[in-house]
Unconditional design. Structure first.
Length: 260
């Protein structure tokens, strides 16, 4: 009889032993428990996910929602999509009885670091403008040329012997550039300029914003952000709109609320 009682009490004894060492633990039966401030042990009704799935594209997130997320939503946890920043989105669950919530998916956009606020030499600035900025079709239609191409013309054709003689009124700068095989033109560089860098997920339209373009001696130039980071708000709203629209297509409704 005594051996039978000891056998029945063994799981409870093990539970107490683990509770003495930790505030959160997994018992032999596979269930998770939490110890409150009074020392009482409670079953954790919604245990945390140990390791979130890491993705790099919003389309990958939508695939996960359509396959695994919909099952978790129906059987285990209420899921929400949180737009943390223009480059990070995650899927989270409800707060459990430990005051914590699971993170099921982390999505990080793959983008290059753009050296705003740093003076670059002529070659580096030309490469930067061509590789890290979107051609603005709307500006092209309205003005015949977008601001990115204007800057490319200025930077590409700068005369090294004339850069030190540029005029500067604190807002705009005037420099001499090569305008032909043997001719030189004086141009006024527009400021601020509207540019569209690659700064968020590729699935959404990249937000445009204002920049201050400055030139310095030695044919160097730099771009300084001039919109007080308002583009981040716009990018997050575009991510939210994209995810909601894709959910409408897939489910006919928004099953996973998107918080931006």
């Amino acid at each position: 009889m005594g051996l039978e009682i000891n056998s029945e009490l063994q799981p409870a004894i093990e539970l107490i032993r683990q509770a003495e060492d930790k505030k959160h633990f997994i018992a032999q039966n596979g269930q998770e428990y939490v110890v409150d401030g009074d020392g009482d042990v409670h079953l954790l009704t919604n245990p945390l996910v140990r390791e979130p799935l890491v993705l790099n594209q919003l389309t990958g997130l939508l695939d996960w929602i359509n396959n695994e997320g919909i099952k978790i939503q129906a059987e285990k946890d209420f899921l929400m999509v949180q737009v943390v920043s223009p480059t990070k989105v995650r899927v989270i669950g409800m707060v459990n009885n430990q005051g914590r919530r699971s993170v099921y998916v982390d999505v990080h956009a793959v983008i290059d670091d753009i050296p705003f606020g740093r003076f670059l030499d002529q070659e580096d600035m030309v490469i930067l403008l061509q590789s890290q900025f979107v051609h603005d079709e709307e500006q092209q239609t309205e003005k015949g040329i977008d601001d990115r191409d204007i800057l490319l013309q200025v930077v590409s054709n700068l005369r090294s012997d004339e850069v030190q003689q540029q005029t500067d009124d604190g807002v705009s700068q005037t420099v001499q550039i090569n305008s032909g095989v043997a001719s030189v033109s004086t141009v006024k560089v527009p400021n601020p300029v509207t540019l569209t860098p690659y700064r968020t997920f590729q699935e959404i339209e990249q937000p445009a914003s204002k920049f201050i373009f400055r030139m310095y001696e030695g044919m160097t130039s730099a771009l300084f952000e001039a919109d007080n980071s308002q583009w981040k708000v716009e990018a997050k709203q575009r991510i939210k709109a994209f995810l909601n629209e894709e959910q409408q297509k897939a489910f006919g409704e928004i099953k996973f609320p998107v918080i931006a």
